[in-house]
Write a protein that binds this ligand. Structure first.
Ligand SMILES: Nc1nc2c(ncn2[C@@H]2O[C@H](COP(=O)(O)OP(=O)(O)O)[C@@H](O)[C@H]2O)c(=O)[nH]1
Ligand SMILES: [Mg+2]
Length: 241
């Protein structure tokens, strides 16, 4: 299992060993979208910080696990990240796949207009299979490293706004915005759950309004993306959610 303490020092990590052994939450996340959009690569980059140019088509449902400290909290979540198999074989497994998911990434390929046009069908799949009030959805435009894009930032953002999703442009190849997107999704799931906790007295968040949308000028604009990881020697940017 992988750990992500969001850039904590060694000493902090020692202090947190106990906490992370006993996660405060278990979150099931799913990635959906057209075949070849990069779902497996996004997962692989996040969980193993690796990328395979010749990523093979996923033949079975793959579940990866990773511990993550929830941004700006002392809470740890264990993520159970479910990656789909090819579209053709997916129907029979759909109920099991969507069951109890609390977060969903809708992934399209920025160099494939078709994969973007199919996104709303994938969203319909999510909303018909899971409780829409509970699942937090985020749109990811992957392959931001490639020059031949067919989907503009504005088109994707407009769609995301219409559905009240967050939107980030990412690259599984370079790692751009990958960790940021998981951090944002996890934080929103946490917020939604806290707000649903009757002991806190907070009001229940209305369905379909999970995300504070990213504004123009934020880091997901083309050419302004975050390069992550300590190896790059850059200060970790804060989640924009
Ligand atoms: N250039 C580039 N290629 C990518 C990226 N993500 C995935 N790929 C490639 O796109 C192809 C499909 O990726 P894969 O993760 O298998 O897509 P999936 O079918 O949605 O799981 C593979 O050849 C990957 O190497 C990316 O961010 N940039
Ligand atoms: Mg795959």
């Amino acid at each position: 299992m992988k750990l992500d303490s969001g850039g904590a020092t060694d000493q902090q990590e020692q202090e947190e060993i106990f906490d992370k052994d006993c996660p405060d939450f278990n979150y099931k996340l799913i990635l959906i979208g057209d075949s070849r959009a990069g779902k497996t690569s996004v997962t692989e980059r996040y969980v193993n910080d690796a990328f395979d140019e010749k990523q093979k088509q996923t033949r079975t449902v793959q579940i990866s696990r990773k511990m993550v400290k929830i941004d700006r909290t002392e809470k740890w979540a264990q993520l159970h990240i479910w990656d789909t198999l090819g579209q053709e074989n997916f129907k029979s497994l759909a109920p099991l796949f969507y069951r109890k998911a609390v977060g969903a990434f809708l992934v399209f390929d920025l160099t494939s207009r078709k994969s973007f046009e199919n996104i709303d069908d994938w969203y319909q799949q999510v909303s018909s299979n899971v409780d829409g009030a509970r699942v937090i959805v985020m749109l990811l435009g992957n392959k931001a490293d490639l020059p031949n894009r067919e989907v503009s930032y504005n088109d994707a953002m407009e769609y995301a706004r219409s559905r009240n999703f967050g939107y980030l442009e990412v690259s599984a190849k370079t790692g751009t915005n990958i960790r940021n997107s998981f951090n944002c999704l996890v934080k929103e799931i946490y917020r939604a759950q806290v707000q649903e906790d009757p002991t806190t007295g907070n009001t229940i968040k209305p369905p379909g309004q999970p995300f504070k949308l990213l504004k123009e000028g934020d880091e997901n604009q083309p050419g302004q993306s975050e390069q992550e990881g300590p190896a790059k020697g850059k200060k970790k940017k804060e989640c924009k959610c």
